[in-house]
Design a protein around this ligand. Structure first.
Ligand code: NAP
Length: 264
């Protein structure tokens, strides 16, 4: 039996176990997906222990994603992002950032062409993954963040990227093709970091926030005729990507999607 899992603190809320186990069940993979909650100072020992025990793969979540990038060999994109959320223990423990891949695959799933220019709102973990993923695809990226210095610092790591604050979002979005909300705004209240007047029909808008599934930003995007992509698709495809890295098989996306919806 293969063993996969999630390491984070806390992990009690996670929807990854049912999503991955639905995939094992659908494909008849003899595997289990379990959660681990080590104390904050035990990450490195936990990863070494997992490797020694023969655990096949781990997802990594808050607060460990950044430190995990130093505890394994990150692939080039995860290395640039500075965060790992998937570890493959086949051979030397290798780290991937499947949040980045999940974002790209969520856009592709809706047939959105990843070209032109994007505005990424947010410069935390999700903002970094989004900005690097889109830049990697050849999209020209503008990072907007409440704390402008953080946006500038992130944009400074991406060739040709620009940075600014939230007040000039309207100007920045006028000619943009893609918009990603990578802030937590919209999660706890019916709020949006982007004024409705800045949205337009030529935009594809992905909101990384996945609870609630339909945020105010997505509602307003839809109302102006923009393409609206729920954060659950990014969450789904980061899991799909991890499954495919670990098993080398095409993931049963529909089964994983159904399990995720039922769990959220
Ligand atoms: P994080 O590292 O803590 O970053 C939070 C970001 O939100 C920062 O840019 C912060 O700006 C901004 N922010 C927070 N409160 C704000 C406010 N009131 N007004 C304007 N900006 C505000 O968090 P994260 O890990 O990047 O996660 C961000 C969101 O993405 C969360 O909702 C998370 O659940 C979601 N997420 C989704 C997926 C997915 O698969 N769908 C994956 C990862 C994360 P400052 O820098 O100014 O503080």
């Amino acid at each position: 039996m293969d063993v996969f899992g999630l390491i984070g603190n806390p992990v009690g809320h996670s929807v990854s176990p049912p999503m991955h186990e639905a995939a094992y069940e659908r494909l008849g993979v003899d595997a289990r997906y379990v959660t681990f909650e080590p104390s904050e100072d035990a990450l490195e020992r936990a990863i070494e222990g997992a490797d020694a025990l023969g655990i096949d793969g781990l997802n990594v979540t808050i607060p460990f994603k950044e430190r995990a990038a130093n505890a394994v060999v990150p692939d080039p994109l995860a290395d640039r992002i500075g965060a790992v959320n998937t570890i493959d223990f086949d051979g030397e423990p290798t780290g991937y950032n499947t949040d980045a891949a999940g974002l790209v695959r969520a856009f592709e799933h809706r047939d959105v062409s990843l070209s032109g220019s994007a505005v990424v709102v947010g410069a935390g973990g999700a903002g970094r993954a989004a900005a690097f993923a889109l830049a990697e695809e050849g999209v020209s990226v503008h990072v907007a963040n409440r704390t402008v210095e953080r946006a500038e610092s992130l944009a400074g790591e991406l060739p040709g990227a620009t940075a600014g604050g939230l007040p000039e979002l309207g100007e920045r979005l006028a000619g943009a093709d893609l918009l990603v909300n990578a802030t937590s705004v919209g999660m706890d209240a019916d709020e949006t970091p982007v004024p409705k007047a800045a949205l337009h029909p030529d935009l594809a808008v992905l909101d990384a926030v996945y609870t609630p599934p339909e945020t105010r930003l997505l509602r307003e995007a839809r109302s102006v005729g923009a393409t609206a992509i729920e954060g659950v698709w990014m969450l789904l495809f980061q899991g799909v990507e991890a499954f495919e890295i670990w098993t080398g098989r095409a993931a049963p996306v529909d089964a994983m999607r159904d399990a995720l919806e039922a769990a959220l």
